[in-house]
Write a new protein. Structure first.
Length: 390
């Protein structure tokens, strides 16, 4: 049976270049990067190199603005909670959007239990927030605005530079979850006026369990993890040197190959959408038609459930998802699609297809064949179809 992986927004494989960078750190340069002896200094040099690579890739002013974490979720939690607590004496109002990753939404909910006030901005049918809504929501007590760069379910790209500029006009700190953006769009934290930004390695052909928080020098943040002097005494815990080395290399490659990868992904995306819409009726493509990344396509198939489609595709060796991997086991309709105004009965039939740099047109041909078969089979037994919708 042929196997095709179209769930790259959930995670990617570790590339050979990244793996080659990591391997010596397991049994040759294995010292604790926080130790003062030679073995430790060798490991620390690798960590410093990775920090430099990431800082350069996003145009951070200094490499000490990069703090390594266990992943994007920790970076989001640290940014939201850490900044909110550090500036609580100034105010306890936070603004975010209704379509954020749950790492942001749940962190905000936790802060609400502590007495903070959170405004969840609505989005339009394409998944974009309205700047007028943002401006109207800002108060004297607002200390933090957190809006994701690229939505992880539908791929819509927010107007981050304008949002950050608006935040700064009102003296508010701006954070963005850029986990799905690195390698998909150009990120320049200085030009985009970003104060804090979350990143993750495993979305860009790096190792799982490693991420980073960019924090502009001068921005205060409370520690999320206590217990050590690592990361400039901001984040305790022994540094995962192999993963950090891999992350640094993965970011370097992602920026180096951004243009060529995006050209290829755009061609694959267009080919896929054209094939599906030609052969399968009652299909809706979700997200912005133009302001989007090339690697993600979210489609709703009317009259059937996405979970059923996903299971049939899996039987034919095709890996897709119904939403973010962090919530894919939930049977509730996607909070992102609901916020975009998509009715539950349509949102329930949604699938996220996310392509990788090795996805081929031959892969797409196979996927469309099995997708058409799955949709036809499910619609043939759907009570909605039998009720007269054909």
């Amino acid at each position: 049976m042929r196997k095709v992986y179209l769930d790259n927004a959930a995670t990617t494989y570790v590339s050979s270049e990244v793996l080659a960078e990591m391997l010596p750190c397991f049994n040759t340069i294995y010292g604790n990067a926080n130790s003062l002896h030679g073995f430790g200094r060798e490991a620390a040099n690798i960590v410093d190199r990775a920090r430099d690579r990431i800082a350069h890739a996003i145009n951070a002013n200094k490499s000490n603005e990069i703090y390594f974490t266990s992943g994007g979720s920790e970076a989001d939690n640290w940014a939201i909670k850490g900044i909110a607590h550090a500036y609580a004496n100034k105010g306890k109002h936070i603004i975010t959007s209704a379509i954020e990753h749950h790492a942001v939404l749940d962190a905000c909910k936790q802060l609400e239990k502590e007495g903070f006030e959170v405004t969840y901005l609505p989005v339009n049918s394409y998944g974009l927030i309205n700047l007028a809504d943002l401006i109207h929501s800002i108060k004297k007590t607002t200390t933090l605005i957190s809006i994701m760069t690229v939505n992880n379910e539908v791929g819509t790209i927010q107007n981050i530079k304008a949002i950050a500029k608006t935040a700064h006009e009102y003296g508010v700190i701006f954070h963005t979850d850029a986990v799905q953006a690195i390698g998909a769009v150009k990120i320049d934290v200085q030009d985009m006026e970003i104060d804090a930004m979350s990143m993750s390695a495993h979305k860009i052909y790096g190792p799982k369990g490693c991420g980073a928080l960019y924090l502009k020098n001068g921005i205060r943040i409370d520690n999320l993890i206590a217990g050590g002097s690592q990361e400039r005494a901001k984040r305790g815990g022994t540094t995962d040197v192999p993963a950090v080395a891999g992350f640094g290399k993965a970011v370097e490659i992602a920026v180096r190959d951004l243009s060529i990868n995006q050209q290829k992904l755009k061609a694959i995306r267009t080919y896929f959408i054209d094939k599906v819409t030609e052969r399968i009726p009652y299909v809706q493509v979700n997200g912005h038609p133009h302001q989007k990344i090339n690697g993600t396509v979210n489609m709703s198939f009317e009259m059937i459930e996405g979970e059923s489609i996903m299971m049939l595709l899996d039987l034919d060796g095709v890996a897709v998802s119904t939403a973010s991997a962090c919530t894919s086991q939930a049977l509730e309709p996607s909070h992102v699609l609901r916020a975009m105004g998509i009715p539950d009965e349509i949102a329930q039939g949604s699938i996220r297809f996310s392509f990788g740099k090795n996805t081929t047109k031959s892969d797409i041909d196979y996927v469309v064949d099995v997708l058409e078969k799955a949709v036809n089979k499910l619609r043939s037994i759907s009570p909605i179809t039998k009720a007269g919708r054909k």
